[in-house]
Write a protein that binds this ligand. Structure first.
Ligand code: QUE
Length: 346
């Protein structure tokens, strides 16, 4: 039982996440099963496209099995590293897949769910879409390609999303390019059947099913985001928000005060580096090194305890303040893996 259905439906391969008790959060077995199916379909001419969705219940994909990752991180971290290695291979395989790929982000699409939808050529948002990279809340960082996708968003929106973990709705995803189409969820099953029968017409079918999206609320704050999240150093972002003094800036400061200072500094460095990278494989190699270090540090184990295990929402971060997170610590987290332990694509 791998909690994901892999099947062919007329002319398309379908990956259907099926772990409803965890909002389809990814396990290593789910990643392995999806990789195996994608490799098989790559060689089969009768499979003309691939569709990703969720089989039942709410949400597309809430992320990864972070409680397992924290348990492993508190020990030797080997299971956690094996998970990231496999998950990032899946992310990269989708990014480089030669056949058209399509993801239905119909509901919660966070963390790991972003990692399997953003590499797809077509990304469908609906009125149910709730998109976020919320990892700084648990001492992690926006991985699964976050350093690549977020650093390529308009202005400083990526830095804003990475630091605050802000949620976006479907209309906002469309406006920012995180989604390519906006389709009311009522029309999804019919659309999937039409695409399965005639994948050559995927673009026309998507356009026919699309509806005008509501106004994207985030565009009202684009200028604030670009101005107040402009700095490369986290302390300077905080200082800009404090100096601004608006209600919006105050509420961002309030949000940031609950996040792991280490995770926020890691995230800003990740987006800086990721924005300069020429190949997605370089991004995943960087993220694997960072993830391997971060899962074994205090903030991740503590963040998962506070937000997902004990649910007291009172993590005690260490180092406790942005000033206490040294450049040296960040450098050690970003150091390349030792020879023989680096992430490699398939
Ligand atoms: C921050 C996160 C995650 C989170 C909550 C955060 C995350 C994640 C999950 C999650 C949620 C429901 C599940 C599950 C995992 O929650 O990455 O298995 O059933 O995967 O505040 O980064």
């Amino acid at each position: 039982m791998s909690d994901v259905l892999t099947l062919t439906d007329h002319k398309v391969g379908r990956l259907r996440l099926d772990r409803p008790k965890a909002i389809h959060a990814l396990t290593r077995d789910m990643c392995s099963a999806m990789i195996a199916a994608l490799l098989e379909w790559r060689e089969r001419p009768e499979v003309e496209a691939v569709m990703l969705d969720h089989a039942e219940g709410r949400g597309f994909c809430a992320g990864g099995d972070v409680v397992m990752l924290a348990r492993s991180g508190a020990g030797d971290g080997s299971e956690a590293r094996a998970f990231f290695f496999e998950e990032y291979r899946l992310n990269h395989l989708l990014f480089t897949y030669a056949k058209p790929t399509l993801a239905f982000m119909d509901g919660i699409t966070m963390g790991g769910g972003v990692g399997i939808s953003q590499p797809c050529k077509y990304r469908v948002a609906t009125e149910n879409t709730r998109f976020a990279m919320p990892e700084t809340a648990i001492g992690l960082f926006p991985d699964v390609g976050g350093g690549w996708y977020l650093s390529r968003l308009p202005g400083r929106v990526g830095q804003y999303l990475a630091l605050t973990g802000a949620r976006l709705d479907g209309a906002e995803c469309l406006a920012l390019g995180l989604a390519t189409h906006y389709v009311p969820s009522l029309g999804l099953e019919d659309l999937k059947a039409r695409i399965a029968a005639d994948p050559q017409r995927i673009e026309a079918l998507l356009e026919e099913a699309s509806a005008p999206a509501p106004e994207a609320k985030i565009t009202a704050h684009q200028c604030d985001i670009d101005r107040l999240f402009a700095a490369e150093d986290y302390e300077d972002v905080l200082a800009a928000l404090e100096a601004d003094g608006s209600e919006w800036a105050k509420s961002q400061l309030e949000t940031l005060s609950s996040k792991s200072p280490q995770a926020c500094k890691v995230s800003l460095r990740l987006l800086h580096n990721g924005g300069l990278m020429q190949a997605f494989a370089d991004e995943m190699r960087q993220e694997y090194a960072v993830a391997s270090r971060v899962v074994q540090r205090h903030d991740f184990v503590e963040g998962v305890r506070a937000l997902l295990v004990d649910k007291d929402s009172a993590p005690v971060w260490a180092p406790p303040t942005p000033e206490a997170v040294t450049q040296h610590l960040i450098d050690t987290i970003f150091a390349p893996m030792p020879e023989g332990e680096e992430w490699t694509p398939l």
